[in-house]
Design a protein around this ligand. Sequence first.
Ligand code: FAD
Length: 389
Amino acid sequence: MEGAMSDPGLRAYRASVRAWLSQAVFPKVGSNMEETYAANRAWHKQLAQAGWLGVNWPVEYGGQGLSTLHQMAAMEELARGGAPLPLAIVNLYVVGPTLVSWASQAQKQRFLKALLHADEIWCQGFSEPNAGSDLASLKTRALPDGSDFIINGQKIWTSQAQFADYCAVLARTDTASNSHAGLSYFIVDMKSPGIRVRPIEQLTGDAMFNEVFFENVRVPAANIIGELNEGWKVAMRSLASERSIIMAQRKAEADAMFQWLLQVLKSRYPKGEGLPPHLSWRLGHARMQLAALDAQVRDLVDRLQRGSEIAGEESLDKLILTDVEQEVFALAFDQLGPYRQVPGGRPPAMDAAHMIHEFFYSRSRSISGGTTQIQRDIVAKRLLKLPSS
Ligand SMILES: Cc1cc2nc3c(=O)[nH]c(=O)nc-3n(C[C@H](O)[C@H](O)[C@H](O)COP(=O)(O)OP(=O)(O)OC[C@H]3O[C@@H](n4cnc5c(N)ncnc54)[C@H](O)[C@@H]3O)c2cc1C
């Protein structure tokens, strides 16, 4: 893996990302969530135009046709340079790869480029008030009516639904079934009559996720992705390569936060003098976790590049990443004390407000994208082949 990572082509590629970044003007935090959202959306578009997003997507859909290693390298350089994340995470890492794998040619042509450039924002309507970990028990129904389907039901925790143009909705189309079978994956236009979005405030103070209500919402049958009643396969299509990219990006962010914290602590405790033992233990532990995650993600990408099957490794990555993020941001939050007020002088992603926001947001990482308990279950069953009971 070392060989691949230090490939001269990749080194030059990394240098080109850094050169671009040195000229870039980062978006400013707005006075409210809408302003910040607009600034971050413009930043996402800049990243896409520069070719740093969808690096490993086919050229015909707006990508660069390069390797997953190139995409990872771009994300690592952006995060190391203090650049904010691309805004439309659901577009890039959830819906986009699903459409690349499952959509018809016409659907790909229609949606992928706009999605990559955040010209259209997507949300994912899977979870319901009584269907999260046990997603297959979802109750939202889509019943046929001529060449359309009529959707009724409720989704919850739908990130960015209030800004979304489209929603990827998982709904029951075979009402005789109450399990994985009989679900279908729909593209739903969020401007359709009958959709109501109600934001939910989070610990961070933002209201980035929402309840979404569907009341007799008409959707053309042509908006089904994959086969009718086969939506589970589409929904579960986990493109491990995409997950490893987002892992790499988030790991690089946690790493950058950790480096910043070290610098601040070095100025407080020159040569480590006076550094409380419990703090040095936590720092060492976080450093080890970061190194383990780095090795894990690189191994995963290497295996993907070689075409190996992945079955459960990404759950292990998510477990380590969740621990690392929560520990690094908690460390920063706990230890900076009055240094939380340290103004400017750092890349914007490292300012105090960002750090506090990320600390609160990191608490949700053990729930979003599948809870820690469920990931442990997957690791136990698929990787360790342990018996169910
Ligand atoms: C920040 C954030 C953003 C999100 N964005 C989206 C989104 O855009 N779209 C979307 O569809 N959803 C989204 N979600 C929802 C997320 O996918 C669910 O919250 C998650 O799948 C857990 O479901 P739940 O909340 O219903 O909890 P539950 O499934 O009710 O779980 C409650 C608790 O029970 C535990 N548990 C459940 N079943 C088992 C089991 N079999 N064994 C052991 N323990 C178990 C869980 O680990 C958890 O601790 C988001 C969530 C968060 C926090």
